[in-house]
Design a protein around this ligand. Structure first.
Ligand code: UD1
Ligand code: CA
Length: 450
């Protein structure tokens, strides 16, 4: 049976006090919306519909950048969660199977929880995700009798007795797609907020003789972000889990609290990560690789046995093959380093390919940008690039060649050749001594005059 995801993301998020729509604020280097999309994607949905409103253009762009098959509908006025779900109806009206409603500002729902909800659909027409709240605050309350959910009452509309209930509504709801839209169409706005509450579909379903049930998850999963403080809390919660997971998976983290993972970081067993390492999106570290202190990595791949840092920066497109060594104050961008390449110190390699076992001397720079275009540098295998070589791209250095230290290389170098691109050295014997003797004599003469 196909599954559809409907992600509500139209709200402004006033309390963020931001020009950026709330769901585009980042946790673990990814927009909140992408966290929700990732959780939902674990169910391999056939349709993903994002309901955007405030900042719809930016939200749409971020959604499609993450998943180009997602579709975005715009809810012009935010009249409530039921009204938001109804916006997806035109896109999904002929779709069979179940639909799951998620919130774009609730990043931590686990795929296993969503699977449990789909499984619970075997016994209930409407399945709601609930949690036992330590502080139920203003959450909607789940009114149950035995295994069955009678209705959800919003805090504003709840009696004192109902407010005493601690089983709360996470907002995640699952039902057959066409049933969901039928129920949503029957929701009115005669309540304390004058909004169309999605939560009302439970009572409507029950009145129609349909059953409703609750799947309960950990409160941590339902954490919604409304403020910058909660954003920081969410970051901390994510990192705590990611660090624990990495260590369980056999990764050594010397100082876990100083290491920051991204939503999609993958680190293999027996890799070691030293203190103060930051991962952006799209990083894979293979087993046994070593990331030394103070490195920043994003969009890169580090193979088995490679060492990176301390103080190295790997930018998108950096591909390090096995046993590559990247040392301190080295930046690599869009460059493939074949097996055993050594780039020890103070170097920039951008838009380049470096062949096996080549050694890049300290202070080497690929001059890849002419102010308008980027150009490629091709360096063969077993090359020796002398310290302080400027490689003015496009340029090719043949296998087994070498460049002299301090060279500015503007033309291709054939295999096994030496390229010297610097002024020839001039030596003047005794010059230094005579020069300083003269200056010292001048100084002494001046002293006598005054
Ligand atoms: C909602 C639930 C409440 C639950 C709580 C959990 C309803 C009526 N209430 O309340 O039972 O305990 O979530 O956090 O559903 N949104 C839209 N369009 C709208 C309104 C909302 O897209 O017209 C989006 C928001 O951007 C947000 C989500 O839906 O991502 C939830 O809306 P919000 O207004 O925060 O609902 P709550 O009042 O928190
Ligand atoms: Ca909310």
């Amino acid at each position: 049976m196909p599954t559809s995801l409907i992600i509500l993301a139209a709200g402004q998020g006033t309390r963020m006090n931001s020009d950026l729509p709330k769901v585009l604020h980042h946790v673990a280097s990814a927009p909140l919306l992408v966290h929700a999309m990732t959780a939902g994607a674990a169910l391999s949905p056939d349709h993903t519909v994002i309901v955007a409103g405030h900042g719809a253009e930016a939200v749409s762009k971020a959604a499609l950048a993450h998943d180009e098959t997602a579709r975005v509908v715009v809810q012009e006025a935010q009249l409530g969660t039921a009204h938001a779900v109804a916006q997806a109806a035109p896109l999904l009206k002929d779709v069979s199977g179940d639909a799951i409603v998620l919130y774009g500002d609730t990043p931590f729902i686990r795929p296993e929880t969503l699977e449990a909800m789909l499984a619970a659909r075997a016994t209930h027409a409407v399945v709601v995700l609930g949690f036992e709240a330590r502080d139920p605050g203003r959450y909607g309350r789940l009114v149950t009798s035995g295994d069955s959910l009678d209705r959800i009452v919003e805090f504003k509309d709840a009696s004192l007795e109902e407010r005493a209930i601690t089983l709360c509504n996470s907002g995640v709801i699952c039902a057959d797609t066409s049933t969901l839209f039928d129920l949503v169409a029957a929701v009115g706005n005669d309540n304390a907020s004058g909004e169309y509450y999605l939560t009302d579909i439970v009572e409507i379903a029950r009145k129609r003789g349909l059953s409703a049930g609750v799947v309960i998850c950990d409160e941590a999963e339902t954490m919604g972000i409304n403020t910058r403080a909660q954003l920081a809390e969410a970051e901390a919660a994510f990192q705590t889990r990611a660090r624990a997971e990495a260590m369980e998976n056999g990764v050594t983290l010397t100082d876990p609290d100083s290491i920051f993972f991204a939503l999609d970081t993958v680190v293999g067993r027996d890799a070691t990560i030293a203190p103060h390492v930051i991962f952006g999106l799209g990083v894979t570290i293979e087993s046994g690789a070593e990331i030394r202190a103070f490195c920043h990595l994003e969009g890169c791949h580090v193979s088995r046995g490679a060492t990176v840092g301390p103080f190295a920066r790997l930018r998108p497109g950096a591909e390090l093959a096995e046993d590559v060594h990247v040392g301190n104050f080295v930046e690599i961008k869009n460059a493939i380093l074949d097996e055993g390449v050594k780039v020890g110190h103070l170097t920039y390699l951008g838009d380049a390919h470096v062949g096996q076992h080549t050694n890049i001397g300290a202070g080497t720079i690929t001059c890849n940008y002419d102010g308008v275009f980027k150009h490629h540098t091709e360096i063969g295998a077993n090359v020796f690039i002398g310290s302080d070589t400027m490689l003015v791209a496009p340029v090719t250095i043949g296998a087994g060649a070498m460049t002299a230290s301090g060279s500015v290389i503007t033309a291709d170098v054939p295999a096994e050749a030496l390229a010297l691109g610097r002024a020839p050295q001039v030596v003047k014997p005794g010059f230094a001594r005579k020069f300083f003797d003269r200056l010292k004599a001048q100084k002494a003469a001046k002293g006598k005059l005054s």
